[in-house]
Design a binder for this molecule. Structure first.
Ligand code: UD1
Length: 324
């Protein structure tokens, strides 16, 4: 296939480009404005340095390259920032995505794979969530993604284009070959922050809340290895290309780990303790968020290969360690 990957120089995008490249079956074009992505993360494909808000250039690229498929990652992803700067999030995530969906559907793109998020569920009353749950985001980031989901669903209903919407749970870890990983310097993800603390790049890691209604009082999440998440994108394309219909699918393992369990695992990987403090809850953090993943397992030919916390923490740790 002739594939456009937007945001392909970013964390998840670069892992997808690596798998697409290794398959040897596709022509890959990456559009990235390099605001957070890195050129060196791009192991395959042709980079077109461009902002998706530059509509004329985007239109021109589609007319020139005749893509079969679009995998769309480019977006802002920091939840607290979305609360402070909602317009930036709606412009970049929703308006630019709407344009991209429009131009893709008008230029013969057959398949559109979209990065969505578990943030569309907000703070659900139940901890294991399936795709049919009411959608109630609690921040502009979640809304910006949910609105894009709807634009995509409606556009595909009205045109020939088909889509897969993937709702990511907590993406973590790094390429097991050690070539790429999470590069974003302001990353706030638990596993990255904890690995950096273990390696002396930060003074301490804070546990945000110890009084949740969970077995050990700390937040529980469904951590999915980035390479498994990446392979779900390739499986999505194969599914559509073999006649599958449009779908919205949770991407997680269906298993939850608490903050304490994650920190204990990273301590094991590191071999010695590091400084952990306990603080208040962070605003907007649900107690527990775990994917019901039966739909993706039933729908796609997708076999997670790194479904254990140790591998996730170890690959994340090795990636941070390369800087030494
Ligand atoms: C992440 C994603 C969000 C996505 C959600 C889906 C990021 C920045 N956020 O949010 O887009 O919608 O998964 O599940 O990728 N924690 C600490 N100390 C820290 C950092 C985190 O105790 O220093 C705790 C949090 O309170 C939470 C857990 O660790 O219980 C995971 O937090 P984090 O890695 O920030 O991800 P989410 O907030 O779950």
């Amino acid at each position: 296939m002739n594939i456009l990957v937007t945001g392909g120089a970013g964390y998840i995008g670069s892992h997808v480009v690596k798998l697409l490249g290794e398959s040897g079956e596709h022509t890959i074009t990456v559009v990235d404005n390099l605001s957070t992505g890195k050129k060196e993360a791009l192991l395959y494909g042709t980079l077109v340095e461009m902002d998706l808000g530059d509509y004329e250039k985007v239109d021109h690229l589609f007319q020139e390259r005749h893509f079969d498929a679009v995998i769309h990652f480019a977006a802002f992803i920091v939840v607290p920032e979305s609360v402070e700067k909602p317009i930036q999030y709606y412009k970049n995530n929703t308006i630019n995505t709407t344009h991209l969906i429009d131009i893709a559907s008008r230029n013969g793109v057959k398949y559109f794979v979209f990065s969505s998020t578990a943030a569309v569920y907000g703070e659900p009353d139940i901890s294991v969530v399936d795709e049919s749950l009411p959608l109630m985001p609690i921040n502009p980031y979640g809304w910006s993604k949910l609105m894009s989901e709807q634009v995509l669903r409606d556009t595909c209903s009205a045109t020939e284009m088909k889509h897969i919407i993937l709702r990511y749970f907590n993406v973590a870890g790094a390429d097991p070959d050690g070539k790429i990983g999470q590069n974003f310097p302001q990353a706030t993800h638990l596993i990255k922050v904890a690995c950096q603390t273990a390696l002396g790049m930060r003074d301490k890691v804070a546990i945000f809340g110890t009084d949740f209604d969970t077995p050990d009082g700390t937040g529980v999440r469904d951590y999915i290895h980035v390479t498994d998440l990446a392979s779900a994108h390739l499986a999505s394309l194969s599914f559509l290309d073999t006649g599958g219909e449009s779908q919205t699918l949770n991407c997680g393992y269906g298993t939850g780990f608490s903050v304490r369990e994650v920190l204990k695992e990273i301590e094991k990987v590191h071999g010695e303790p590091f400084t952990v403090i306990e603080t208040e809850r962070r605003a907007g953090d649900p107690a527990s968020l775990i994917a019901n993943n039966s739909k993706i397992l039933k729908t796609l030919i997708w076999k997670p290969q790194y479904d254990n916390l140790h591998t996730i923490c170890k690959t994340a740790y090795m990636w941070e360690k390369r800087k030494f």
